[in-house]
Design a protein around this ligand. Structure first.
Ligand SMILES: C[S@@+](CC[C@H](N)C(=O)[O-])C[C@H]1O[C@@H](n2cnc3c(N)ncnc32)[C@H](O)[C@@H]1O
Length: 416
């Protein structure tokens, strides 16, 4: 009965991912149809939200008492990430740091990885082990999957789940993925499944010829899924898809220019201001269908952290207790606090820069990550260029972001 329910749930999940265009290749669809996700999330934690509000009152373990049907519904909800541990297990952070990523994100990244049978893959962040099992299906018996997990307890459970799912030959390594796994290199792909503040030099060094990394690279408060490939002593990179991830832990946590708050919160009653018509129109032009509406917001959200260090959430600026954010409908700004009005003006300013650049999409930028000259890995202190806003040269607008081991130069070819 449960087996049949699982098959049906997997079929529905795969249909949803294919219909939304997230997954197109048959091999990824087949892999996702073949791996029972519920084996990897026999229990997880869910927030209990205060009546109607956004405040989380407590986190509760969800396990066998859910009933098989509900458990399957949750395990195969394409947009639901499941917390493997509650925030109270991460003292001092107030955050969940280990999840089974939502199937839509998993499918999207697998599609972008373009794996072939025989490939060798390094995954950073084993989590539940579900993605590792899918990677194993895609590379087949002639390939190899190594997965690093920093949390011993999470790694142990993942290894057990992988064995239950018939993927016992996935090598689960406990440690900080920042160092890669040199003994198992070279890899055709390195894929990080936690939000990275930078690419790690070891990931580039451990790639074989033609190899690539795919990583959620922090940008403001979100993590665009970024493809990076070696180029001389650094890398070139391109954003492939929008996403939010839990942050990578361990050595690579950088003092990035942005505060990194996920959520914006008004501390006093917000005021309202209309966005200029042209901006509202640009944000709503792609409103045909939910995906389109999202896309316009993500596109503006890529420019915002380049232009202003105070970017939080997706389309918001914050300073102290002051906040200005573009309303979900995209036609007005909500702002509060003493600096709220100034933040609102700046938000409108950046939206107008976006318009003047021709409403570029997040995929229209190219990046180069260069090692910081004369700075030992992990040491910060490079003098920042004046301000954060970009400069323009020969029809290209550029910005720099100082990360941990690399400085990223983001470029946009200006439309003629
Ligand atoms: C979003 S979860 C991974 C989801 C996983 N791939 C899956 O299929 O369920 C991110 C994981 O990365 C792990 N992690 C965080 N920092 C790490 C690091 N520096 N090295 C290795 N693993 C890390 C976390 O403990 C967490 O389990």
């Amino acid at each position: 009965m449960v087996v049949e329910g699982s098959l049906t749930a997997r079929r529905r999940m795969v249909e949803a991912l294919a219909a939304g265009g997230t997954v197109r290749s048959q091999s990824v669809l087949d892999a996702m149809r073949s791996v029972p996700r519920e084996l990897f999330v026999p229990r997880f934690w869910a927030p209990v939200v205060e009546g109607g509000g956004q405040e989380v009152r407590e986190w509760r373990p969800m396990a066998g008492d859910l009933g098989a049907e509900t458990a399957l519904l949750l395990a195969y909800d394409v947009d639901r990430a499941l917390a493997l541990k509650p925030p109270q297990r991460y003292p001092g952070t107030g955050q969940v740091l280990s999840t089974a990523s939502a199937p839509r994100v998993v499918g999207c990244m697998l599609e972008l990885l373009e794996l072939s049978p025989g490939d060798r893959v390094l995954e950073i962040g084993t989590g539940s082990g579900y993605n590792a099992a899918l990677l194993r299906r895609l590379v087949g018996d002639t390939g190899h999957v190594t997965s690093v997990e920093i949390d011993n307890e999470v790694a142990e459970e993942a290894a057990a789940h992988l064995a239950d799912a018939g993927c016992g030959d996935v090598e689960v390594v406990v440690g900080d993925g920042y160092h890669g796994v040199p003994e198992a290199a070279p890899f055709d792909r390195v894929v990080a499944t936690a939000g990275c503040d930078d690419i790690a030099p070891a990931w580039l060094a451990q790639l074989g010829p033609g190899g690539q990394c795919l990583l959620p690279l922090r940008h403001g408060a979100w993590h665009p899924v970024t493809r990076a490939w070696p180029d001389g002593s650094g890398a070139q990179a391109r954003v492939e898809a929008p996403a939010f991830f839990v942050p990578l832990q361990g050595r690579q946590s950088a003092a990035l220019p942005w505060p990194g708050d996920h959520r914006s919160r008004h501390h006093s009653e917000p005021r309202l201001a209309a966005l200029p018509d042209a901006v509202a129109l640009a944000l709503s032009r792609q409103h045909a269908g939910v995906a389109g509406a999202d896309k316009a917001r993500w596109n503006l959200a890529y420019l915002l952290p380049l232009e202003d260090d105070r970017a939080v959430s997706l389309l918001a600026l914050a300073e102290g207790a002051s906040l200005a954010e573009v309303h979900q409908r995209g036609d007005r700004v909500l702002y509060s606090g003493g600096e709220g009005e100034q933040l609102k003006d700046r938000l409108v300013d950046v939206a107008e820069i976006w318009l003047s650049l021709g409403c570029p999409g997040y995929g229209d930028y190219t990046s180069r990550l260069a090692p910081v000259p004369g700075r030992p890995p992990g040491q910060r202190g490079l003098p920042r260029p004046d301000g954060r806003a970009g400069w323009e040269q020969q029809g290209r607008r550029s910005w720099t972001v100082e990360r941990y081991d690399f400085v990223q130069t983001v470029c946009l070819e200006r439309a003629a």
